[in-house]
Design a binder for this molecule. Sequence first.
Ligand code: UDP
Length: 400
Amino acid sequence: MNLQFNDRSVTVAIVGCGGFVGYHLLNAVLCRTKWRVFGVDLDFYRIQDKLNNERCEFLCGDLADPAVVERIAKYPVVVNLAAICTPSRYMAEAAAVIRSNYDHPAALAEACAKSGSWLIHFSTSEIYGRTADDSGLLDEDSTPVVLGPVAASRWSYATAKLLTERYMAGLSGLKWTVVRPFNFVGPYMDFMPGVDGEGIPRVLANFSSALVRGEPMKLVNGGVARRCFTSVYDAVDFMFALFAAGSGRQLNMAEAGGTSEFTDSPAYSQAFNVGNPDNELTIAELAQRMRKIYASIKGVAVESVPVPVEVSGEAYYGVGYDDSLRRLPSVGKAERMLGFRAATPIDECLRDSLTWFVEHYFVDGAVASDEDAAASFSKDATASSGKDATASSGKNCVAG
Ligand code: UDP
């Protein structure tokens, strides 16, 4: 496979292009390459500004539909970001979570195995399971995985994701790479409950919502669990390191018998952690940092921002909630094989995310309505239309 970033003949399929990571990846592909994009999603709310982009073709559809799967698998590179991935849904909708995270990606993997496409599948750091608070580095190729009991349906998601990884690895002829994200954060993450979504988003969006509403952040089971928060801009940089490796090595003419050929990429048949071990915080520490950052964004005394309160996991999420107490990624493999290491420090990640959240959801001195939030996405688009579409930094580049 020859994946030069300036090659206009390459089309990458991004499944889940309208989600949080999809938004950033789509933007970066349009900014940093000359590629075309075939984008698939059910919701295009975040990417209204891209819908008329001449390098994009969008399809409103989902992987439950075999015709959609067939169309996606025609493209040489397929990135699958589609998933139900909010913990609050793992208990209430376990069967749907398993269909979304096993049945549908397995069908896509089969189609890619037939067509020869390179499938980059977003799995999860949750596959490392029910880690204890003294767990060490989680290594892609040596850490044992322990999931919780069947009664703890929190693990429906991890079980399905892990089975998908195994299925892909077992499919003959499939060119695959698995990405395991460690708590990506950044602008455009999740939703604000009661404004543009319902239920409980992941912790950073949920804490941001509480801050904007002037309500206390809720520390589940004392907020003792630890996570390594990773900038979504670093995640996008990882993808570019992966795309670059996806070309494999160009053989010289003699090696290739007189033709221009590429070897198989070393990135095939590998799982990679994508995380930032330097950004580890307990959830209680996260709440305190966010309190301070929020106070500085709003120019108010930190004492005026409500203190967090504790709540039990079962009371908050429902019966069947369980947790990983520590998720510390080993990142040596991505560094060794792809030359990638996440670099954005925790306070920058939190300030970026929270600043965006406040600007987006706090309109004219009040919490935004659904229409305000949607209008704000269009405003982002208008503001971005004059920006330099060839800039190389993911963070400062916005493709209109
Ligand atoms: N959490 C919390 N308060 C919230 C939301 C989440 O204390 O309002 C905790 C949750 O119990 C877990 C951690 O924060 O220990 C991270 O949760 P998240 O939903 O972001 O996803 P996870 O990392 O567990 O997949």
